[in-house]
Ligand binder design. Structure first.
Ligand code: UGA
Length: 441
């Protein structure tokens, strides 16, 4: 089966590479000539474990091709997956569908045989119907079907999530589209992956509702952490306690300085915006958005209140990305915290294992000292602030750390360390939703 994937960003590239591994004849299309030239040579600019290898192997096997020529890519294709960006440019949650409908216009010009058009991009409910309407208007002669097949890929685990998903959502309204999508996903049925067929609207909304729920779960435990600090409970114990209830589940209950990344902040806002358009406001989601934004902003103040005045304080910042194992800085808490610390007069050594290049693009205007590794960052500082839970911070040599710090103070916004361990190692240790450890306790 030949499948065309339009857009070679994160979602498009993972989709194309994984489908080619399943044995389909895949052509990935993008307007960006330089990117396509690189991809043809097997060069992947996105940091995603296993992706470059998968791309290279499937180029070699002949299953995966790249082109800028959509017309050529559409020849004899049975399905077109649209995987272009839907950025939120106005700040009010409105998802900009210009790229999606730009692709639809080009399909109108270039399609010549029956095809199923599938949205992989995260699009507001109603987009599938609108695609059908617009294309039908432009090409009344063309036989085509639309389907919604949202992605549920986590950065850093995208290939695993694609090949072993906990479910595949397929929104269709024709037998032809349903049969084609059933054939496409048939190889995953061997792993007993649940394939859920719904209306196009339900599939589109499921994507936003999933991310909205996960964002709400994170915000819930973050707010419980604040209460824990006041009442003397340990949030890790509470999270473990509630997580054993199957109806709640133990995942996504890690306390943090607020969720970030390219998905949760954008998708919660888009969900709220859509709900307002339909005159059915989602007050819970609105509260989550407000809580998370306030939380990220409050973290600078928290550090200040722990350390007293920040003026001339030398701090080591460990971790800049929105989560570990990625170089992605989008909506990372560091973007709120670092400007505050600088404004208050502190001097910052910063380090992130993979995110330095991306971080420099967004934080390069601040007077930061960009360090080469964790230990160099810690040398002679008044306190350490952990912003992202990279494994290498978990395995620091604490005796050595204590020796090279000016004062043994750690502010851990990811609860990476065990309280007992910190106590034994003689640190003053501040985490979230847990008691403060003082060296003399
Ligand atoms: C998220 C979802 O997990 C995917 O299922 C979804 O497909 C994807 O968005 C998307 O819409 O494309 P991702 O943004 O890669 O994936 O990252 P997550 O691992 O979900 O983390 C998001 C944020 O939540 C991070 O800032 C992370 O630190 C934070 N988080 C996560 C917490 O604060 N606590 C947790 O318990 C879990």
């Amino acid at each position: 089966m030949k499948i065309t994937v339009v857009g070679t960003g994160y979602v498009g590239l993972v989709t194309g590479a994984c489908f080619s591994k399943l044995g389909y004849d895949i052509v990935c299309v993008d307007k960006d000539t330089a990117k396509i030239d690189d991809l043809k040579k097997g060069i992947v600019s996105i940091y995603e474990p296993g992706l470059e290898d998968l791309v290279q192997k499937n180029i070699k096997s002949g299953n995966l091709k790249f082109t800028t020529n959509l017309k050529e890519a559409l020849e004899k294709t049975e399905a077109v997956f649209i995987a272009v960006g839907t950025p939120s440019r106005r700040g009010d949650g409105h998802a900009d569908l210009a790229y999606v409908f730009g692709v639809v216009d080009e399909l109108a010009e270039n399609l010549s045989s029956e095809v199923v058009i599938v949205t992989k991009s995260t699009v507001p409910v109603g987009t599938g119907r609108e695609i059908y309407k617009q294309l039908k208007k432009k090409r009344p002669d063309l036989v085509f079907h639309v389907a919604s097949n949202p992605e549920f890929l986590r950065e850093w685990a995208a290939i695993e999530d694609f090949m072993h998903p906990n479910r595949v959502m397929i929104g269709v309204d024709s037998v032809k589209a349903k049969n084609l999508m059933a054939r496409v996903y048939n190889p995953l049925c061997i792993n007993k992956t649940p394939i859920i067929y719904t209306s196009i609207e339900a599939a589109e909304l499921t994507k936003y509702a999933s991310n909205g729920f996960l964002a709400m779960k994170i915000s819930f435990i973050n707010e419980i952490a604040d209460l824990c600090e006041k009442c003397g409970a340990d949030v890790k114990e509470v999270a473990r306690g509630i997580g054993f209830d199957d109806r709640i589940g133990d995942k996504f209950l890690h306390v943090s300085p607020g969720y970030g990344g390219s998905c949760f902040p954008k998708d919660t806002k888009a969900l709220s915006y859509t709900a307002q358009q339909y005159d059915a406001p989602l007050t819970l989601i609105d509260a989550v958005i407000a809580f998370n934004e306030a939380r990220k902003k409050s973290m600078g103040l928290r550090i200040e209140s722990i350390l007293g005045s920040l003026k001339e304080k030398k701090l080591a910042i460990l971790g800049l990305t929105f989560k570990p194992n990625t170089d992605d800085m989008r909506d990372s808490a560091s973007l709120d915290i670092l400007p505050y610390l600088i404004e208050k007069g502190s001097k910052l050594n910063v380090f992130d294992p993979k995110g330095m290049k991306e971080a420099k693009k967004l934080l390069g205007h601040l007077p930061l000292k960009w360090k080469k590794n964790s230990y160099e960052t810690l040398e002679g500082v008044d306190a350490v602030v952990i912003l992202t839970e990279w494994d290498e911070f978990r395995f620091l040599d604490l005796n050595h750390v204590k020796k090279i710090l000016k004062s043994p103070v750690i502010i851990d916004l990811r609860n990476m360390y065990d309280l007992e361990e910190m106590h034994k190692a003689g640190f003053e240790y501040h985490s979230l939703g847990r008691k403060i450890i003082k060296p003399m306790d």
